[in-house]
Design a protein around this ligand. Sequence first.
Ligand SMILES: Cc1ncc(C[n+]2csc(CCOP(=O)(O)OP(=O)(O)O)c2C)c(N)n1
Ligand SMILES: [Mg+2]
Length: 185
Amino acid sequence: MMLREDALRAIYPRLKDQVVVTIMGAVAVELYNCGHRPNFFYLEHGMGLASSMGLGLALSLEQQVTVLDGDASLLMNLGTLSTMARYSPPNLTHIVFDNESLLSVGGFPSATTTGTDLAGVAREAGVEHVEKADTVEALEEAYAAASDRHGLSVITPRSRPSSRLLCNDIGLLETASSSPATCAA
Ligand SMILES: Cc1ncc(C[n+]2csc(CCOP(=O)(O)OP(=O)(O)O)c2C)c(N)n1
Ligand SMILES: [Mg+2]
């Protein structure tokens, strides 16, 4: 199973042209560690709501919007899939990293370990373009197609957590967002 860090690194170049919203915790830290960019917003605390925020942004902006979500976060707000399908903004891509875990708070197993198939839920909620993309190559391909497509896409890659200790100066993100970006190439 791919490392989520590797998955993020693979799609990172394409995130340059996107408005990006992440959930809090480990995903935010891993993306931040790839190199912060001013178009990245890390939604702290509002568990489950990154996709709702992304939907609102996609409906009100012409730019492409990408949401980086987690399995447990989406499980807290499954109705978001119906709402996204209902309004289907053509400029929204929702990537849900399914590590079968609430990694950021200690790694408790989520309901994707007991039978919930998030791609299946998205499809049945009415999302037309749904991919699982469980390898780095498959994710790169699915994300490229989603970014080029005029249509809502949901991608639910299975991934495993980093074995490294996750830490950085993420507490200073507000400062980072308003000062010149220190971005990787
Ligand atoms: C409303 C709310 N409840 C609980 C939390 C605490 N919390 C932060 S991250 C997290 C787990 C997130 O799991 P997931 O979305 O799967 O992402 P992962 O940590 O696995 O990357 C929890 C429970 C929170 N921030 N907000
Ligand atoms: Mg998780």
